[in-house]
Design a binder for this molecule. Structure first.
Ligand SMILES: [Zn+2]
Ligand SMILES: [Zn+2]
Length: 171
């Protein structure tokens, strides 16, 4: 996803970049394919540097951690980064700085912002992605997807070893 800073006559400026399938490679085991990405970037110029605030939306086909079916995931997040020319000096400063940098060569003023977009999508991906927060998952015994229908398996009974504790008076 290329941001071309030569497009703008003045700053601050705003640019929306959209990309289709394949803009990003799947970036997690739970992501089957990336279907599209949209980035809205607010750009402010300060000296020779461009301060960017970006809103990222990545649409992907994910796999639910509970029921293992595929679902449409929308990964939304924000990221800030600084765009500047890659002189040895700026590269060194970036190493010491806590900000994220994206460099262009010489005076080219064009950068690939795919990496910050990818990082934002990864951060917004939960460790346990679900098709729905109320997903009922699969029956541990017969494997039936309980979102589709319930099954006749006996509900898990209490482990008999805990039975004795049940009779203790509660405080
Ligand atoms: Zn599910
Ligand atoms: Zn079952």
């Amino acid at each position: 996803m290329i941001l071309d800073l030569r497009e703008f006559d003045e700053f601050p400026a705003r640019k929306t970049i959209e990309a289709g399938p394949g803009a990003l490679k799947p970036f997690a085991d739970t992501i089957i394919s990336v279907d599209g990405a949209c980035v809205s970037v607010d750009i402010q110029k300060a000296g020779e540097e461009f301060y960017c605030q970006a809103e990222v939306t990545v649409t992907a086909t994910g796999e639910c951690a509970r029921c293992l079916t595929q679902y449409q995931a929308e990964l939304v997040g924000k990221t800030n980064f600084i765009i500047c020319s890659d002189t040895g000096e700026t590269r060194q400063r970036a190493l010491e700085d806590n900000e994220e940098y994206v460099f262009f060569k010489g005076t080219d003023l064009r950068v690939d912002i795919t990496e910050p977009v990818r990082q934002t999508a990864i951060l917004s991906l939960s460790l346990k992605p679900l098709c729905d927060e109320d997903c009922r998952g699969l029956c541990a015994q017969c494997g039936q997807n309980l979102n589709e229908r319930s099954c006749d398996c006996v509900k898990e009974s209490t482990d008999p070893r805990w039975e004795g504790l049940r009779d203790l008076p509660s405080e």
